[in-house]
Design a protein around this ligand. Structure first.
Ligand code: DX5
Length: 236
């Protein structure tokens, strides 16, 4: 996968994946809640990093990833909602990221940044916000492993799903096919629950990031995770 760099430590899981976002977890019990989600079947977690500048919120950083890496062998997907992501690619790779996603809107040199992520031994992801056209990714689809189509404006969990973003899931697949490329995994993130997940699945998404609907809903982590998996089962 990386011609001139390290190889990934863990293979990127394939198929239809529910990926809990730890943004919504209880940080006083993070390890326990991740273990509870893993007991329910989760094997891919998203770590939402926010800098208070690219997005109007500050979340977590390197120490939390390092601590989580030490207690889980699950696939850790680091979503950098930060300006100047190029500054933090190596630190997050060293801290244990398996995949690093950067925002198309935040990367001045997207070609170089994506290649650098792979050189560091991580899978490369690129994210686009609801107002960003899928066509802005045409020239990079050949060297990303994942495209994240945001279904909220980034910065906070618990927001309302933006259904208008869903046609971009299909458009990314079309752009890849038009270029003769195998489509990358397409991830959706924001307001994903048992109602919105099947809508995204029908459009071609395969990775479903869910924070509130896993960690915050009253049924509890195991039941919440199972409900999400059931909601996309027809697409498996
Ligand atoms: C937004 C974050 C959220 C988070 C999931 O910047 O990226 O989308 O992962 O939030 P929920 O699932 O609570 O909408």
């Amino acid at each position: 996968m990386s011609q001139n760099g390290r190889s990934p430590t863990r293979a990127m899981p394939e198929g239809m994946i529910i990926a809990p976002s730890i943004l919504a977890a209880d940080y006083a019990r993070l390890g326990e809640e991740v273990a509870e989600a893993e007991a329910a079947g989760a094997a891919w977690f998203q770590v939402d990093v926010m800098d208070g500048h690219y997005v109007p919120n500050i979340s977590i950083g390197l120490p939390v990833l390092e601590s989580l890496r030490a207690v889980t062998d699950s696939f850790l997907d680091v979503h950098l909602m930060i300006d100047n992501p190029e500054v933090f690619l190596e630190p997050f790779a060293e801290a244990g990221a398996d995949l690093i996603t950067i925002h198309q809107e935040a990367s001045t040199h997207l070609h170089g940044d994506l290649h650098r992520i792979r050189e560091l031994g991580c899978y490369a992801g690129v994210a686009i916000n609801p107002a960003t056209p899928a066509a802005t990714l045409t020239e990079v689809l050949g060297y990303v492993d994942l495209v994240l189509v945001m279904t909220v404006n980034p910065g906070f969990g618990g927001q309302k799903f933006i259904a208008e973003a869903i046609p971009k899931v299909t458009r990314v697949r079309e752009l890849a096919a038009e270029a003769g490329l195998t489509p990358p995994a397409i991830q959706v993130d924001g307001g994903i629950d048992p109602t919105s997940a099947p809508v995204a699945a029908a459009a071609g998404a395969s990775v479903f990031v869910a924070g509130s609907s896993v960690f915050r809903w009253p049924a509890g982590i195991a039941a919440n995770f199972a409900a999400l998996e059931s909601s996309i089962a027809v697409h498996v």
